[in-house]
Ligand binder design. Sequence first.
Ligand SMILES: NC(=O)c1ccc[n+]([C@@H]2O[C@H](COP(=O)([O-])OP(=O)(O)OC[C@H]3O[C@@H](n4cnc5c(N)ncnc54)[C@H](O)[C@@H]3O)[C@@H](O)[C@H]2O)c1
Length: 338
Amino acid sequence: MKKILITGGAGYIGSHTAVALVNSGYEPVIIDNFSNSEKSALAGLSKICGREVKCYEVDCLDRSGVEKVFLENDFSGVIHFAAFKAVGESTRLPLKYYSNNIDSLLILLGTMSKFGVKDIVFSSSCTVYGQPEILPVKESTPRQPAESPYGNTKKICEDILVDYIKSGADSRIVSLRYFNPVGAHPSGEIGELPLGVPNNLVPFITQTAAGLRVKLTVFGDKYNTPDGTCVRDYIHVMDLADAHVKSLEYLFQQKNNFYDLFNVGTGNGNTVLEVIKTFEKVSGQALNYEIGPRREGDIEKVWADTEKINKVLGWDAKYLLEDSMRDSWNWQLKLGKQ
Ligand SMILES: NC(=O)c1ccc[n+]([C@@H]2O[C@H](COP(=O)([O-])OP(=O)(O)OC[C@H]3O[C@@H](n4cnc5c(N)ncnc54)[C@H](O)[C@@H]3O)[C@@H](O)[C@H]2O)c1
């Protein structure tokens, strides 16, 4: 069985990707420092996979710690999720974000080169597009100046990977630009674990419905969108996880010194109010929400052109928004019981 290293594998997207890897016959090995996750995610993972998933409690900034993991395991590929991701915090603590998100990538690439591991899938984000003029947004659409230090780390990491390949490095690299990951594993054993006040819409919805928050504020309803609220492309985390397996298998077929990048979204945009209505429909819960002022830095609308990933990787989003809302709610109910 091919071993795949997942950095940040105890986190939201990483844990679901571990499941997708196991389902496709790979052996995931996790590195995580639990700075934004809990060990209970590993128990959930074991339950779903029917066996333990190996995890090293190592910080990706600890070069010798990372090297030790490579010494003990013969990896066929790496998926690099480990990063900080809170946009607001990144504007207050930029150095924390630049250091963690960029140094972890540099240390990982150096270690991979030392141990002859060529293939890496990198977690990028649609945030690199800013507000595109033409929608849906294609991979060829020029990136815009980042709105936050977090967004800038994604741009810089993409640039590092491109320069690395330009230098003639032996590596094979895919960057995936995620749109808005939502949902949870249908079993309710793993899901998103926002620490503190959630930045993202769906955890805020489920926490409000569960009574953990008094009400949800919708930031603005005068945008140029069908109902005036912002539009995003909500991609179920299980579909997103699957895109990583497809990316790795694509890399395995390439010649050395290779770089490619893909949007990962559904290809459809939904407004905030549509998401709320869908949640209310599938959960049977009436949500306490109000319309508030716009939030600074919010993009009006963005959704993915998925033609490239559909054609090249043979990947397509299978889950519907209803599924995402049902699975997020199921996960929230499970969390409430812990
Ligand atoms: N969730 C989103 O909305 C979204 C959107 C676009 C891109 N991304 C990117 O996808 C990746 C995964 O996101 P997620 O939502 O699963 O986040 P997450 O916070 O749930 O998972 C990240 C994991 O990495 C770990 N980690 C962070 N720094 C580390 C370090 N130095 N060493 C070891 N472990 C470390 C955390 O403890 C956590 O378990 C990130 O790179 C993120 O920027 C996420």
